[in-house]
Design a binder for this molecule. Structure first.
Ligand code: ASP
Ligand code: MG
Length: 403
């Protein structure tokens, strides 16, 4: 095993010069303990959002290549500033873009995948006792075009580097102390979890918990790289995300999470015939729209209502596409509903315990909250409810399962 630690600092951890100096001190502290440090940084604060807004002020359909050219600059600022902050404290550090350290990706602009990482430059700098600082969220394709890895992609950069460098550990620093049993802003009694399995974290990330990017958890799982999520503002230990161990199954429900970024599209009076659902969802998929939950009512008349959820981004376009296919198949009205929320519970223990769904539904019933859609996986249960009940639902479920 190497002596390398990969640390990633998120946008809020480097939001201003004072915080950058704090991060520099923390990094130097680890350096003094004798570790070789590879540090991945995100763009300062909300820089990426601000850059995107700028682009959309110029045009409503910016070229994806130019978008990557633009938004990759955010991380280039933060790596340089962090290197300067370390220099000021008297230590050696050097900053790099993704391209400079050989993070090679495919050419899918704004959503690129890492193909390989050529670690020789990083290793050379580490040998010279430098702290290596790498711009997160970016890479370069084989024709030297700058690419980005999807929102939150610095997490992915960190895990991919930890894998390529066979690092001793991978730490993701953020503005919260780890992963909680629920969002502490909603549930006062929420607790920080000491550990979670990759699968639980994956479900939580895709169901609304914003601590870690889902793709990075997939990569960590594939190569079995434990990730420590912790706060850059304290010295407390965080949440360890690693392979599932037997003891984890004793905890039936680990956390409850909330997603308010989805809308429900309902297609009325859809002919209840073989091939219709295939036609609808094929058309929608071909337009690059991903659908989440799907509910189809039973039909008594040969027609049925079909509802599905999508993210709220570009909702008008999604509705338009649903209308168009609706017309083609002879369906009725198409309605979009943005006032929904999805509450979910996640836990590996669900695999070996029964009655969990009943308990969840009961806690919603006790609070007179109607369930509009339900979906389950091996380790999660989700309910779509009215958005105005979202917080109350999370609190009730947290209490019911004594999280
Ligand atoms: N700065 C990028 C974003 O905001 C990448 C990241 O934060 O990980 O999505
Ligand atoms: Mg960010």
């Amino acid at each position: 095993m190497s002596n390398i630690i990969v640390q990633k600092y998120g946008g809020s951890s480097v939001a201003n010069p004072k915080r950058i100096a704090q991060v520099a001190r923390r990094i130097i502290g680890y350096r003094r303990k004798g570790y070789d440090l590879v540090v991945v940084v995100s763009a300062l604060g909300d820089t990426t959002d601000d850059l995107l807004k700028l682009a959309y002020k110029i045009t409503s359909s910016p070229s994806e290549r130019e978008l990557d050219m633009l938004i990759s600059t955010g991380e280039q600022i933060s790596v340089a500033l962090l290197a300067m902050a370390i220099h000021k404290l008297g230590d050696e550090a050097i900053s790099f873009t993704g391209a400079q350290v050989g993070i090679i990706t495919d050419s899918a602009h704004t959503q690129a995948r890492i193909i390989k990482i050529n670690t020789s430059r990083i290793r050379k700098e580490l040998q010279q006792k430098k702290i290596v600082i790498v711009a997160g969220f970016q890479g370069v394709d084989l024709s030297k075009e700058i690419t980005t890895l999807g929102r939150g992609g610095s997490d992915l950069t960190a895990v991919a580097l930890a894998q390529a460098l066979k690092a001793k550990s991978c730490e993701i620093y953020t503005d919260v102390e780890g992963v909680y049993t629920a969002d502490p802003r909603i549930v006062l009694q929420a607790r920080k979890l000491e550990k979670l399995s990759y699968d639980e974290m994956l479900e939580l990330a895709s169901l609304g918990t914003q601590v870690l990017q889902a793709r990075c958890v997939l990569l960590a799982k594939r190569f079995n790289i434990p990730i420590m999520v912790r706060s850059s503002f304290t010295n407390k230990g965080g949440t360890m995300i690693s392979q599932e161990v037997k003891a984890m199954e004793k905890v039936v429900v680990s956390a409850v999470t909330l997603n308010k970024n989805e809308a429900k599209i309902t297609m009325r009076d859809v002919p209840d015939k073989p091939g219709i659902a295939a036609k609808i969802f094929k058309t929608i998929a071909d337009e690059g729209i991903s659908v989440d939950m799907i509910v189809q009512n039973i039909s008594r008349t040969g027609f049925t209502d079909l509802s599905f959820t999508v993210t709220k981004e570009n909702l008008a376009r999604k509705v338009k596409i649903a209308r168009k296919v609706g017309q083609q198949i002879g369906a009725g009205d198409v309605i979009a509903d943005q006032d929904i929320a999805r509450v979910s519970i996640v836990g590996v223990g669900m695999k070996s315990h029964s009655g969990i769904a009943a308990n969840m539904f009961e806690s919603l019933a006790e609070n007179r909250i109607n369930i509009e859609m339900i979906s389950t996986s091996e380790i999660s249960i989700s309910c779509v409810i009215r958005k105005k009940f979202a917080e109350r639902a999370v609190q009730a479920i947290h209490k019911k399962f004594k999280l």
